[in-house]
Design a protein around this ligand. Structure first.
Ligand code: SAH
Length: 345
C-alpha cells in the first residue's frame, strides 16, 4: 500500500496536496483494497451490517436552473415536464410507509410553483401523517427564511450536493448566474438551522481533475456534513455534455471508501447513478463503505420523466416495489436492511 494511504488510515486527515496524491492511488489495487477494508471496518463499528433505506419521491422535473450536465435543466425544451400534486405526494408516502420506509426524500428541480408556503403546507401534512418518519428535502437553493420555515414545518434533513468545490470547475458546469459561494452558503445555513445536511459531488464530470476532487474532500472535511452523496457523472443526450464520457465506477467506489474514512459516521448512499453504470454498482458501493440505499417511490407514470441522465434505472430492483428482491440482494452481499428513520449515529 502507498505511504500516503497508510498515513491517511492512521490520521483520517490529509492536506489538499496529500488528498491529490491519495486520489492518484486509485489505480493501485492494493491501496484500493486496503482503503475499502478500513472503510468497511469503520462502517461496521458505527452501523454494524445495517443498511438504511430512503423512499425517494421525485415530485417535479420543472427547473429554473440550467446546469449543463442535467437532463431536466430549463434549457432542455424536449423534457416532458410534470409536477405531483400534494395528494399524489401523500399517496407516495402512504405506499412507501406500507412498504416499510421511514424516511421520505422529496427531490425535484428548482420549481418555484412550490412556493415557500405551499411546500411548508406539504411538509406539515407529511409530518402530521407520519410522526415516526424522517422528512428529507432536496429542492435546491432557497433563502435562510425559507429553510427555517420548512424546518419548523417538520423537515429533518436536506440534500444539496455542492457538485464541485473548485471555483473554476463550478463555472464549467453551470451558467454564470449560479455560484459556488451561494451553494456553500445554503449548506452552512441549513447546518445552522439544525438540519442533518448532505453535500456531495459527481465523479468524472467534464473538466474534473484530481485537484478538483482533492478540493471536494477538503470542503467535506470543513463542512462536516451528516450525509454525502457521490455518484458517477452520466451524460444526457439533450445536454451540451451529451458526447462526454461517463465517470468511472472504480473511482467512485474508491472515493466512497475515502469519504467513509474521512467522516466515519457519515450516511453514505450507494447511488442510483452507480447502479445505472454497473448492475452490481450498489452492492459494490456497500462493500466500499456506503450504508444507505434510496429506492424510487415516485409514481410509475412519471418515473421516466425524471431523467437526469441517460438510461437512469427506475423500474427494477432499485425501485421501492422491488424491495423484497433488493432485501435479498443486500443480504447476499452480507448486509441487512433496517427499518427505522436511520439517523446518523
Ligand atoms: N434540484 C436539486 C436536486 C438536483 S438532482 C438540487 O439542486 O440539489 C440531484 C443530483 O443529481 C444533482 O445534485 C447532481 O449531482 C445529480 N445529477 C444531475 N445530473 C447528473 C448527470 N448527468 N449525471 C450524474 N448525476 C447527475
Amino acid at each position: 500500500m502507498r505511504e500516503v494511504a497508510e498515513y491517511f488510515i492512521e490520521n483520517r486527515d490529509l492536506t489538499k496536496e496529500e488528498f491529490r496524491e491519495l486520489i492518484g492511488c486509485a489505480e493501485d489495487p492494493e491501496t484500493v483494497r486496503e482503503l475499502a477494508n478500513e472503510a468497511v471496518r469503520i462502517r461496521k463499528q458505527y452501523y454494524g451490517d445495517g443498511v438504511y433505506t430512503r423512499g425517494l419521491i421525485e415530485f417535479t422535473n420543472y427547473c429554473r436552473n440550467d446546469c449543463y450536465y442535467c437532463g431536466i435543466r430549463r434549457g432542455n425544451l424536449r423534457a416532458r415536464r410534470y409536477r405531483l400534486t400534494k395528494e399524489e405526494i401523500l399517496e407516495c408516502c402512504a405506499g412507501g410507509y406500507e412498504l416499510g420506509f421511514r424516511t421520505f426524500v422529496l427531490q425535484g428541480g428548482e420549481d418555484r410553483w412550490f412556493t415557500d408556503e405551499r411546500t411548508a403546507d406539504i411538509i406539515r401534512a407529511i409530518r402530521s401523517g407520519y410522526p415516526d418518519c424522517a422528512i428529507t428535502l432536496s429542492m435546491g437553493e432557497r433563502s435562510y427564511e425559507c429553510y427555517r420555515m420548512w424546518k419548523e414545518a417538520g423537515a429533518d434533513r436536506y440534500l444539496l450536493r455542492h457538485e464541485t468545490a473548485d471555483e473554476a470547475h463550478y463555472g464549467m458546469l453551470h451558467p454564470s448566474e449560479m455560484s459556488l459561494a451561494v451553494r456553500k452558503m445554503c449548506l452552512y445555513d441549513l447546518k445552522l438551522l439544525g438540519y442533518q445536511v448532505g453535500a456531495g459531488f459527481m465523479v468524472g464530470s467534464p473538466g474534473q481533475t484530481a485537484d478538483c476532487m482533492a478540493e471536494d474532500l477538503v470542503f467535506l472535511k470543513e463542512l462536516q456534513p451528516h450525509m454525502v452523496g457521490i455518484g458517477p457523472f452520466i451524460p444526457h443526450h439533450d445536454t451540451a455534455f451529451a458526447k462526454e464520457p461517463a465517470g468511472s465506477v472504480e473511482l467512485t467506489l474508491f472515493l466512497l471508501s475515502v469519504i467513509r474514512i474521512l467522516l466515519p459516521k457519515v450516511l453514505l448512499p450507494a447511488t442510483t447513478a452507480l447502479g445505472t453504470l454497473d448492475q452490481k454498482g450498489r452492492e459494490k458501493g456497500l462493500a466500499a463503505g456506503a450504508n444507505v440505499l434510496m429506492p424510487n417511490l415516485s409514481p410509475l407514470k412519471n418515473r421516466k420523466q425524471y431523467e437526469l441522465y441517460d438510461n437512469k434505472i427506475c423500474t427494477g430492483e432499485e425501485a421501492a416495489e422491488g424491495l423484497k428482491s433488493l432485501k435479498k440482494r443486500v443480504e447476499q452481499a452480507g448486509f441487512r436492511l433496517v427499518t427505522g428513520r436511520g439517523d446518523a449515529v
